[in-house]
Ligand binder design. Structure first.
Ligand code: SF4
Ligand code: SF4
Length: 68
């Protein structure tokens, strides 16, 4: 599984100079494409660091689907 970004909630960090989820991800699994954050699923390790830092609480990890 991978981090899911709710595009209705994401306001691109409310005008921060950089997108926090992209910066915090230890696996470089998030990038900005066409002005929106995109998760590359096979790189994501479900660590939820992006979910913790997101100021818009737009990111969630579907824990019921995580297989460690
Ligand atoms: S941290 Fe949250 S608000 Fe900021 S770009 Fe990522 S998903 Fe959007
Ligand atoms: S859950 Fe962790 S590895 Fe996955 S996108 Fe978020 S910060 Fe990156």
């Amino acid at each position: 599984m991978a981090a899911q970004i709710d595009m209705d909630k994401c306001k691109m960090c409310g005008g921060y100079t950089s997108t926090l989820c992209v910066e915090v991800c230890p696996d470089q699994a998030i990038r900005v494409q066409d002005g929106r954050p995109v998760v590359t699923e096979f790189l994501c390790e479900d660590c939820n660091e992006c979910g913790v830092i997101c100021p818009d609480t737009a990111i969630s990890i579907p824990l019921e689907k995580v297989t460690f």
